[in-house]
Design a binder for this molecule. Structure first.
Ligand SMILES: [Zn+2]
Length: 459
C-alpha cells in the first residue's frame, strides 16, 4: 500500500479511505495518523476527487486540533465547516468519532436516527447540537439508552434477521392485539423511539400527527406517506395551507428490513421539510397578495385542478413567488421556489425528486457494501438482475420506476440542483463506489429511459 517515492504511483481515493478507517480506529485522527498520510501522499499531486474525499473527511471525521491543519492544506480547502457534534462526549468516556449527516444536520431526531441506520456505520446514535439540530453519528463505543447523555438518542443494533423474525411473528399472529403489539415493538426498535410513539393502524384508520404510524394495509400506495395539516386523508396533493402539522405513515412490510424502513422514514421526513417550507411561502404570499392566497385556500388540486380557484391561485402565486426578493420566500433559490409552488399546487414531482435523491445519497455507500464482490448481472429479464438493482439502485431506481409508472410527476425546476448534489457526492466516492454508481445509472437509462432520472447529467 505504501509506495516508495521512486514509483510515483498515484494515490486514489480508495487509499485515502483505507487510511481514514485505520486512523479512526481509536476514534480520532491524530498527528501521527496525518504523518502517515503525508508519507502515503509523498510527492503526488492530489486530483480533484482525492481532494473532495479529504474535504468530506474534514467535515465528518473527528480530528485532533493539531492534526487538522495539514489535511486542510492537502485538501486545498479554505473555509470548511465541520460537523458540530464531532468529539462530543455522548456517554461517560464515549465520544462522537464520525458524523453521517450533512454539516447542518437534520431538524428532527427521527430523521437523524433514520440517517444513522441507512449509513450502515458502527455504534450508531443521533446527537443534538447547540442549535437543536440532530446529527447521525458513530460513537467510539456502543452507547446504551441508559448511559446516553442528554441530547443523545440510541439505536438498537440487532442483526437484520432479528427484525425479520419479529416481523414474521407479527404477520403470523391471527389476533389483532398480538399483531399490533409485535409491530409496535418492531417499529420502536427500528426507529429508536419509545413504543408510545408508534401507532399501528387498522385498514381505514387515520394516521396521528406526531406518531410514527404503521399501516397493515398491503394495498397502501407507496411504502410510506406524509399526510398534511388538519386533513390527514390524502398525500401531498391535498396540502392545506396554515398548519405545520403532518403525519408520517410506513407500510408494515417495510419493517422486515430495518435499513429499508429507515429509508422510508428519511424520505418522508425530507418531504416534511419541504412541506414546512411551502407553509412559510404560503404565509408570505398571503401577506403580499391576500386575494391570490384566498384562491389557493379554496382550490382543490386533487379533484378540481382546472377550476377557477386552482387556476387563478396558481397563476398569482407563480407571478409573485418567482419575482419576489423580499423576506424568507424571496431568499429561496429558484429550485426551492418551484418546489414550494409544486407543494402548494398539488404537484409533488419536485419534492419527490429531492426526497429520492437525498435518500439515495444517504444510503448509497452502504448499498455498495451490501453487494460487495458481486458482479452486476447483465440479463435484464433475470431475477438476479432485478434483485441486484433493486438493492444497489436504492431510492434512485425507485424514483425512476415511480416516474415511469406515472406515480411521481416531473422533476420541475430541480434538475440543475440535483445534478450538482449528485456530482458533489460522486466526487467523494472511491473508484469502486463510482463504478457502482455508474452501473446504477446505466440500469436506470436502460429500463426507465423516459424518466427524468435517466436524463440526469450525473455523474
Ligand atoms: Zn415521496
Amino acid at each position: 500500500m505504501l509506495q516508495g517515492p521512486s514509483t510515483m504511483s498515484k494515490i486514489t481515493s480508495a487509499d485515502l479511505r483505507k487510511w481514514e478507517t485505520s486512523a479512526l480506529q481509536d476514534g480520532v485522527i491524530q498527528a501521527a495518523d496525518v504523518a502517515d498520510l503525508k508519507k502515503l501522499v509523498g510527492s503526488d499531486k492530489l486530483g480533484a476527487n482525492e481532494k473532495a474525499v479529504l474535504q468530506d473527511m474534514l467535515q465528518h471525521d473527528r480530528f485532533d486540533k493539531g492534526a487538522k491543519a495539514t489535511v486542510v492544506k492537502l485538501a486545498g480547502a479554505t473555509k470548511l465547516e465541520s460537523s458540530p457534534v464531532l468529539g462530543k462526549e455522548v456517554a461517560k468516556g464515549v465520544f462522537v468519532s464520525k458524523s453521517h449527516s450533512p454539516v447542518e444536520g437534520h431538524r428532527t431526531k427521527e430523521q437523524a436516527l433514520a440517517a444513522a441506520r441507512m449509513s450502515g456505520g458502527e455504534n450508531l446514535i443521533a446527537v443534538e447540537d447547540k442549535n437543536g439540530r440532530w446529527h447521525a453519528a458513530s460513537a467510539t463505543k456502543p452507547v446504551s439508552a441508559k448511559d446516553a447523555k442528554r441530547g443523545v438518542a440510541t439505536l438498537h443494533d440487532c442483526p437484520p434477521a432479528a427484525y425479520k423474525a419479529v416481523y414474521d411473528r407479527a404477520m403470523a399472529a391471527t389476533d389483532w392485539d398480538t399483531k399490533k403489539a409485535e409491530l409496535t415493538k418492531l417499529a420502536a426498535l427500528t426507529y429508536g423511539v419509545p413504543e408510545s410513539q408508534i401507532n399501528v393502524m387498522k385498514v381505514g384508520e387515520q394516521p396521528k400527527v406526531g406518531s410514527i404510524n404503521v399501516s397493515v394495509d398491503s394495498n397502501m400506495d407507496g411504502a410510506g406517506r406524509i399526510t398534511s395539516g388538519c386533513n390527514c386523508g390524502g398525500s401531498h396533493d391535498n396540502f392545506k395551507p396554515g398548519s405545520n402539522d403532518y403525519a408520517i405513515t410506513v407500510r408494515a412490510d417495510q419493517l422486515a428490513d430495518p435499513k429499508k424502513a429507515a429509508g422510508v422514514m428519511f424520505h418522508e421526513l425530507s418531504h416534511a421539510e419541504d412541506y414546512r417550507q411551502a407553509q412559510m411561502v404560503f404565509a408570505e404570499f398571503k401577506k403580499a397578495d391576500p386575494v391570490g392566497a384566498a384562491y389557493l385556500e379554496k382550490a382543490d388540486f386533487k379533484d378540481d385542478p382546472k377550476g377557477p380557484n386552482a387556476v387563478n391561485g396558481e397563476k398569482a402565486l407563480q407571478q409573485w413567488l418567482h419575482s419576489t426578493t423580499k423576506g424568507p420566500a424571496g431568499k429561496l433559490s429558484s429550485a426551492d421556489k418551484w418546489k414550494a409552488q409544486g407543494y402548494l399546487t398539488g404537484q409533488g414531482g419536485a419534492t419527490e425528486a429531492n426526497a429520492y435523491s437525498r435518500s439515495f445519497v444517504q444510503q448509497f455507500r452502504d448499498l455498495v457494501k451490501q453487494v460487495e464482490g458481486q458482479k452486476a448481472p447483465t440479463d435484464k429479464k433475470s431475477k438476479e438482475y432485478l434483485d441486484f438493482y433493486d438493492k444497489l439502485g436504492g431510492q434512485l431506481r425507485t424514483w425512476a420506476e415511480a416516474q415511469k409508472n406515472g406515480k411521481v410527476g416531473p422533476i420541475n425546476g430541480q434538475t440543475a440542483k440535483i445534478e450538482k448534489e449528485l456530482k458533489a457526492f460522486y466526487a467523494t466516492l472511491t473508484p469502486d463506489e463510482q463504478a457502482r454508481f455508474k452501473e446504477v445509472m446505466t440500469d436506470i437509462k436502460a429500463r426507465y429511459a423516459t424518466s427524468d432520472v435517466a436524463k440526469l447529467n450525473a455523474p
